[in-house]
Design a protein around this ligand. Sequence first.
Ligand code: LLP
Length: 451
Amino acid sequence: MSLPVSDVNKQPDYRTTMELGAVLPKTAEVKDDHLYIGGVDMVELAKQEGTALYVFDEADLTDRMEQYVSNFHAMYPNSDVAYASKAFINKEIYRIAKAQGMYLDVSGGGELAYAQAVDFPMEHIVVHGNNKTPRELEEAISAGVGHIIVDSRIELGRISEIAGRLGKTQDILMRITPGVEADTHEFIRTGCEDSKFGFTVKDDFAFKCVKDVMAAPNVNLVGFHCHIGSQIFALHSFREAVKVMIEFVARVQKEYGLTVSQLDLGGGLGIAYTAEDEPSTIAEFAEMTTSAVKDFCAEYGIELPHLMVEPGRSIVANAGVTLYTVGILKTLPGIRNIVAIDGGMSDNIRTALYHADYEPVVANKAGQKRDRIVTLVGKHCESGDAVACDRPIQTPEIGDIVCVFCTGAYCYTMASTYNGQPRPAIVFVKDGVARTVTRRETYADLMVRDI
Ligand code: LLP
């Protein structure tokens, strides 16, 4: 794997940091040419804590949680919002989600263990995954989780057997693949027909399976779930999915007499990764989904179900940034300018994996215009190891602190220790105070499981 070919004619955008629009975390400001987030000087923080460093604007992510909960409750009182922890997980984000009255979407036993560690109410947990192991299912059922999303017939048998053995009846939702092509990168699209997730509506497969799910002992089918993909800009995709789902629910109620009390629409709202991106707001997403549910329930003559959504990225992505120190500068004449930082694909695999775009700035020159085009490469033994390709930045020098915006989602949770790189610490900043909520991994941590 190598870097995408650089456009040598690309011109810088000459924007200063504060001109990066929706990319910036809520409390970003520039004072004396330094970038501040949560009232904390990012340059000083990088020096104190070392780099690479994940920093989260606590006010930003709390505000987004509040916006989700308040908009959904206002527009559709019988609803709840589950934070999709795969986007970013540590104990502190779970504590904050709990304090905000959110539910949690957990994928598997590890995420459930975090929830147990912070005494998250188990009835507010939704368990996902296309191949939850029997052990994970047993952990979830014995913990008393609210709902398990059943993804296949084989899994149905397992849940039923385990619940019976534990003397329980487990509430479940069936994951339906509604065949909607969402407007997003093909790798993170999940609702279309060629998908490993859920029961497809194609050839009436899902509809026929509902009968088996209803007949299975020790489980109680309370509703249906879908998730059409992630980083979705076109809100109409959600309306299309809702139509398929409500049509399905109406048919199931009519033909099988099943009372469907729950509808879970998954996550997927897109966010701004670049200054040019203009994503929909949380309120617009809430308006689109809740009005679609109301409209189609009216059209098909069914009662409004309890509604759930599972946002991940749109809660944490913009709140998070990554700080790095510039170590090496290289000019490849006629090819590109390389700026090597002290992290890379180990703390952010998204650029290598999806050719994701990010906005970088030099945090100690934050008030200056971005007058260079560079490729920010990492320190790993892999030619495709880059965090930002062909992006504008203030003229970088050795020792400068680079801040890459919008790294709050799917960076830490997809991080690795490739080349023996310890994973960065995570610092939450708020009201001028920085607190480390996950300490930096040490060399000893890397070896702690070895004999
Ligand atoms: N619910 C389910 C069942 C999901 O599979 C996902 C994400 C979500 C909710 C949350 O979706 P969000 O609101 O974050 O879009 N690693 C990729 C993203 C994979 C998303 C997987 N599922 C990335 O870095 O872009």
